[in-house]
Design a protein around this ligand. Structure first.
Ligand code: BTN
Length: 326
């Protein structure tokens, strides 16, 4: 996606952060009038950027907060379709809920809903997703895939692969995927995926891909019931990480795999998922609807179902469920 003029301007101001850039210089470089430069600066200020201006000096971008503003995301994105339209909310009940409403009213494929915080962030099985302001990434994508509805669950695997690859670039070791929808860092949950689908008889009408990533939450800020099981990027790296860059990298990666699926189906995604997961051979208990299974993980099949080898050496296929390591 081509950056807009405003994103371009923001990029220039960031490159020269701490130094003044003249309006004439920006106007030449961006090929717009000086009045247009001024209008874009005003618009960035309205979004929350602190930009000083002075006669004969030009513009100076002061330190910005780490915010997931559309201009920040746009500047970090290279995707063709995903995130081409961004709906930003400072606070929302759930980005999945808002994305679904937008999808019903015709939002185009790739529409990205971003919130700085969620008051009712949804997790799987009616759980709540911890969504404090400014610390995590809470986003939902509207997709209109052309594959059959039966393939839809495999999108959770694709999302997990894209998340894991994004995080591996930042922390090369200890990122793994846990079936069906968790990404772990050092064995603790760092990201979760919640996909909701609306289908017609033989086609997908829309799909909402919801993703939550714990980025800058300090370990002691997680609620007590999560503290032992959850982690954040900053907790591992030891300093805050710019969220827009992570989101941009994730969307680029997701789009590449989404294009692979269009051309070749899900086989390459499943292959990559197997490489990124360390579940095979682990003893687990799985709660699958009304049955509870205990056994050893044998892998996932080509449909993305979990394979459990039980005590009687039978292989059981699990469609959905909670997996607990023993
Ligand atoms: C899980 O692991 O249980 C899934 C968590 C998914 C959370 C994300 S945050 C953004 C999007 N909006 C929601 O309400 N939920 C998802």
């Amino acid at each position: 996606m081509e950056p807009s003029t405003k994103q371009h301007l923001l990029g220039r101001l960031k490159e020269t952060r701490g130094a003044w850039v003249s309006g004439a210089h920006l106007s030449r470089e961006l090929d717009i009038s000086r009045t247009a430069v001024w209008k874009h600066v005003c618009s960035l200020r309205n979004e929350g950027y602190v930009i000083d201006s002075a006669p004969r000096k030009g513009y100076l971008l002061k330190e910005t907060l780490d915010r997931l503003l559309p201009a920040e995301i746009g500047a970090a994105l290279h995707s063709e379709c995903l995130g081409r339209r961004i709906v930003f909310e400072s606070e929302v009940d759930s980005t999945n809920r808002l994305a679904r409403d937008l999808a019903i009213s015709g939002a185009v494929e790739g529409t990205l809903v971003v919130a700085e915080s969620q008051t009712g962030g949804r997790g799987r099985k009616g759980r709540n997703w911890f969504s404090p302001p400014g610390e995590g990434i809470y986003v939902s994508l509207v997709l209109r895939p052309r594959f059959q509805p039966a393939e839809a669950p495999k999108m959770t695997l694709l999302t997990g692969v894209a998340l894991a690859e994004t995080l591996i670039h930042i922390i090369p070791s200890r990122v793994t995927i846990k079936w069906p929808n968790d990404v772990l860092l050092g064995g603790r949950k760092i990201a979760g995926i919640l996909i909701e689908v609306s289908t017609n008889i033989d086609a997908i009408d829309y799909m909402i891909v919801g993703v939550g990533i714990n980025v800058n939450t300090p370990p002691d800020r997680f609620p007590a019931d999560l503290r032992e099981r959850a982690t954040s990027l900053a907790a591992h790296i030891g300093h805050p990480v710019p969220r827009a860059e992570i989101l941009g990298a994730f969307l680029d990666c997701f789009e590449r795999y989404y294009a692979v699926v269009e051309r070749e189906g899900f086989a390459p995604v499943i292959r990559r998922w197997r490489e990124l997961s360390d579940m095979v051979g682990r003893r687990v208990r799985v709660q699958d609807f009304d049955r509870s299974l205990q056994g050893t993980i044998a892998g996932i099949d080509d449909d993305g179902l979990l394979l459990i080898k039980t005590a009687d050496a039978e292989i059981q296929r699990v469609i959905a469920g909670d997996v607990e390591y023993l």
